[in-house]
Structure formats: structure tokens, C-alpha cells
Design a binder for this molecule. Sequence first.
Ligand SMILES: Nc1ncnc2c1ncn2[C@@H]1O[C@H](COP(=O)(O)OP(=O)(O)OP(=O)(O)O)[C@@H](O)[C@H]1O
Length: 247
Amino acid sequence: MLETRNLSKSFGAIHVTRNVSLKLERGERRVILGPNGAGKTTLFNQLVGEITPDKGQVFLAGEDVTALSVQARARRGLSRSYQKNTLFDGLTVEENLGLAASVTHGHWHNIRYDSLTRRDVQDTVREVAEQVRLMPYLHARVSDVSYGVRRQLEVGVALATRPLVLLMDEPTSGVGPEMAKGFHELLSDLPRDLTLLIIEHDMDLAFAVADSITVLNYGEVVFDGSPEEARGSSLLKDIYLGAWEDA
Ligand SMILES: Nc1ncnc2c1ncn2[C@@H]1O[C@H](COP(=O)(O)OP(=O)(O)OP(=O)(O)O)[C@@H](O)[C@H]1O
């Protein structure tokens, strides 16, 4: 469903992505681990089209999308849930989901005042709100909800675009342990045919959600395997030092 072949990117003399080849099957849930500066976010930026690789290719559902824009990739089903603020604070949770769903359903005209009343948009909003557990917050203004609810909404907005592949960059960063646990459950309950690629520092999340784990170090894939194999890997213990004992 999502594949990279020998993806490489340098900034000046620094090789941030080195010949990265990944292959995610439809419905696979892959977590990318790696120490700070390993090149995880830069890899995501190349997958979605924000950064052009120096070398290599990106394939989405079998199509070479390397030369396509962010928007063209999004239209083909590649969606990213952003860590940075991409929500409309002055609107409600429902309106934020509705705007994303409106675009998906092609209601570009008079987007705020007309399209949100449409049946197809409302159905998508309800379905997504249930998936990301936002039903109790639908009518709350985004500026009034907690940080954790905002994180859920960011995932919801991405889901409302009906993606084939969803990329998430540290979805639980900054939320407390209780909230993070709820988030793991939420991710585990997402539709099984949705392909997920998640950058994560939190080992609990990685092992709870992943079918497979890829580890980057200095821009290079140093491990690709199951969570069980990852747990047994001495190489990864070396890379992460004490972090594994906390997992
Ligand atoms: N636009 C840029 N210009 C120059 N160097 C960059 C640029 N973007 C990233 N880098 C460098 O590339 C390296 C990898 O950064 P990246 O953010 O991809 O790592 P990361 O694995 O996501 O790290 P973190 O876990 O801290 O988010 C870092 O050394 C960073 O300073």
C-alpha cells in the first residue's frame, strides 16, 4: 500500500535519509522508532511530499507518487495527522470534522454554511467522532477542550479525509500516561484496512499498536521486524540504552 525504494536525502553534508526502503501492506500498522535526529520526521516529509528526496521513489497503492504534490498525494489517500496546530480554534469539534469531511465529499462551494448540513458530511462526522471518541465533545469549541482531546481531533480530521494510509508523528506526545493508554486503545480500534505508519518515542505505544517495527538510526534502517523481534534485539537496546527497561 505504501512503499519507498532507496529514499535518500541530505542537508548539506548531513545524510538525513540513507537508502530507506520500506514496504507496508494494506492494513499494516508500522511504528517507526529512532533516537532524536534519526531522520524520522524528514522521512515523513518525503512520504507526504513536503520534501523532495535526492534519490529514490515513493509508491502509494502501486503508483509512483514521487513527483506529485502534497495535495495530489492526499487526494490519492495519503493523510497525515499533524503534531503542530492545524485545527480551527474558534470552531467547534463538529465543525472542524465537518470541514475536512466537506472537502472529502467535494463540497467546495460555501463550505462552512452549506456543506455542514449535508447528509453525507454529517454521516462522516458522526462515524469519525465515534472512532476517535469525540462524541461528548462535538459541540465544544476547540479553544475550550483539553490538549488530549485536541490530539484526538487531529487524528479525526485526518480520518475525515477517508485516507488509505494515515501517518502520525508522535500522536501521544505531551499527553499524560492515562490519556496515552486511551490513545493506544483508540488506535487499536481503528478500521483494520487502514494502513498506519506512526513515529513514536513511547515504547508502550509501539508494542501495543504495531504489527511491525522499523528503527532508524542516522537516517538508515537498522531494524525491520516484529515487536517480539524488536524486544529481543541487542542492537536496539544499544541504540536506546536504558529506554527499554522503561517499556
Ligand atoms: N531543513 C533542514 N535543514 C537542515 N537540517 C535539517 C533540516 N531538517 C532536518 N534537519 C536535520 O536532519 C536531522 C534529522 O532530523 P529529523 O527531525 O528528521 O529527526 P527525527 O528523527 O524526527 O528527530 P526527533 O525525534 O527529534 O523529532 C537532524 O540532525 C536535523 O537537524
